[in-house]
Design a protein around this ligand. Structure first.
Ligand code: SF4
Length: 497
């Protein structure tokens, strides 16, 4: 697929993407360290959270430099670029777009001049009151509170940057304390001026954000796995509704809202790395437990449990452990196929799933298989998978899914298909099994999934499974990925209450 900038995308199967996350963020304040390189490795550990663009902003105390481009972290940065980003403070971002297109202008960190200097920001999540924020930005511009040319905000992250930059008489910290309570939806933020690193998390703490300690400084990151890769020790989560500031005076914390935790349960199911912990719970342990519960809820007579690699692996291990059915590797994943800029020709593309997965015939032939995967969105991948396993000689194929049916869209930063495209929307489990060509299909229950996380049910968002949205949504016209890209007049009309 050709990207808007004319280069080729790394997506081999743009129509068969799984759920996409809204980004990974990283921040580091560490005088004497190579902060750009620390940010690079932090982003490398967060690459799974967004693969459309990557960027790093660095400050040396007097000036912020930003380098960003479309592509993977390893494609955007090289040794020379990182070497030119000198300073003691940095933030980094990997992006998957949820509000605003996948174009260079929307890559992050965002950057704005302020009355006192400059500001850079990285955002994970998705806001649900962008229309209202767009109106506030217009007002600030009309009042002369924004300096510099009006480049037009085209993402929710841009709007937050403009609002922070608009408080010309105040420090960024004071501006943030005023702005953050006005923002609704999911936001795990890292931002910086020339001297201070800031981090903030929405009152529901929908997306993860953690604080770590280096010998000579601090790190904030979307996942604990990014702390590990830079050698930082885990200190604690950034609390829902908390604003942190880190500079030469140390670490300051203030609350901008009462915490009402509703962490995204899908982080445990699919999105976060298995070697990450969220709210004190290991993601891998949650997934293995989901597999055990899935086996209790949907047992079947079979010879072998195999995962859809890699995301189905922990749950398949749990399923095998609980059921007593042997676990095996029946599919081999080509780990690099999603990481190439070379597009397959139409003939090669028709091979479909075989570019990603290849069956081990000697393992599969003649067997009654349980195939464990983490989720079904459209069902295209699973349909191709079942066909491939049968062609490789499987006698029976029983599909088991370690999350409940996805029936509702996410407005808080994970981009599923539209509701009409979700296979579980309107079809019964039996009908979906028939559509996939499977002998049977079983989904874990919502209760089973939630209990596997060990997090109390009232502290989790599970709206994509049950339609109960913990942060009240505005009317549908004020939601949508391209809301801010409609002509300005139409946008202000949308923004009116
Ligand atoms: S709707 Fe689903 S994916 Fe979105 S935040 Fe809630 S649980 Fe997570």
């Amino acid at each position: 697929m050709t990207r808007p900038d004319g280069r080729l995308s790394h997506e081999t199967f743009p129509d068969e993407k799984g759920p996409q996350d809204a980004c990974g963020v990283f921040g580091v304040w560490a005088p004497g360290e190579e902060v750009a390189k620390l940010a690079y490795f932090g982003l490398y550990a967060l690459q799974h959270r967004g693969q459309e663009s990557a960027g790093i902003a660095v400050s040396n105390g007097t000036q912020i430099l930003v380098y960003k481009d479309m592509g993977l972290v390893s494609q955007v940065f090289d040794e020379a670029t990182l070497g030119s980003l000198q300073g003691h403070l940095a933030i980094g971002h990997t992006r998957y777009s949820t509000t605003g297109s996948s174009v260079w202008e929307n890559a992050q960190p965002t950057f704005r001049a302020t009355g006192r200097g400059a500001l850079a920001l990285g955002h994970n999540g998705n806001l649900i009151n962008s229309a209202e924020l767009a109106r506030l930005v217009s007002e600030a511009r009309a009042n002369g509170e924004l300096i510099g040319k009006d480049r037009g905000a085209t993402s929710d992250s841009d709007l937050m940057t403009e609002l922070l930059a608009s408080q010309t008489g105040r420090s960024i910290e004071e501006a943030a304390a005023e702005m953050l309570p006005r923002i609704r939806g999911a936001f795990s933020l890292v931002f910086m001026d020339e001297s201070t690193l800031y981090a903030a998390r929405d009152p529901q703490g929908i997306r993860p954000l953690v604080l770590g300690r280096l010998e000579r400084g601090y790190v904030v990151a979307s996942e604990t796995a990014a702390l590990d890769i830079v050698g930082a020790s885990f200190v604690r989560e950034v609390e829902p509704g908390e604003l942190l500031a880190i500079d030469e005076n140390g670490l300051r914390s203030r609350r901008f809202a009462v915490a009402d935790p509703k962490g995204c349960v899908f982080e445990y199911v699919y999105m976060a790395r298995p070697d990450t912990a969220i709210a004190g719970r290991s993601v891998n342990a949650s997934r293995v437990e989901m597999g055990r519960r899935l086996a209790r809820e949907h047992p079947v007579e079979a010879d072998l449990v195999i995962p859809t690699p890699e995301s189905g692996t922990p749950a398949a291990i749990g399923y095998a452990e609980q059921s007593g059915i042997p676990y095996g590797q029946g599919l081999v994943k080509n780990a690099y196929v999603g990481r190439t800029f070379i597009q397959p020709s139409q003939t090669i593309r028709q091979l479909g799933i075989r570019l990603k997965l290849n069956p081990l015939r000697e393992v599969i032939e003649g067997k009654r298989l349980v195939v464990v995967d983490d989720s079904i969105v459209r069902g295209n991948t699973q349909r191709a998978l079942v066909r491939m396993l049968r062609e490789a000689g499987a006698r029976e194929v029983h599909v088991r899914i370690s999350s409940p049916p996805v029936k509702w869209p996410c407005f808080y930063g994970i981009d599923f298909a539209t509701r009409a495209e979700l296979i579980a929307n309107g079809l019964s489990t039996e009908e979906i099994a028939a559509s996939l060509g499977a002998d049977s299909l079983g989904y874990i229950s919502i209760e089973g999934m939630v209990e596997a996380t060990t997090i109390p049910a009232d502290r989790l968002c599970r709206a994509c499974f049950d339609g109960v949205y913990p942060v009240e949504l505005p009317n549908p016209q004020q939601l949508g990925k391209h809301l801010l890209e409609v002509p300005a007049a139409a946008a202000s009309a949308l923004a009116r209450p």
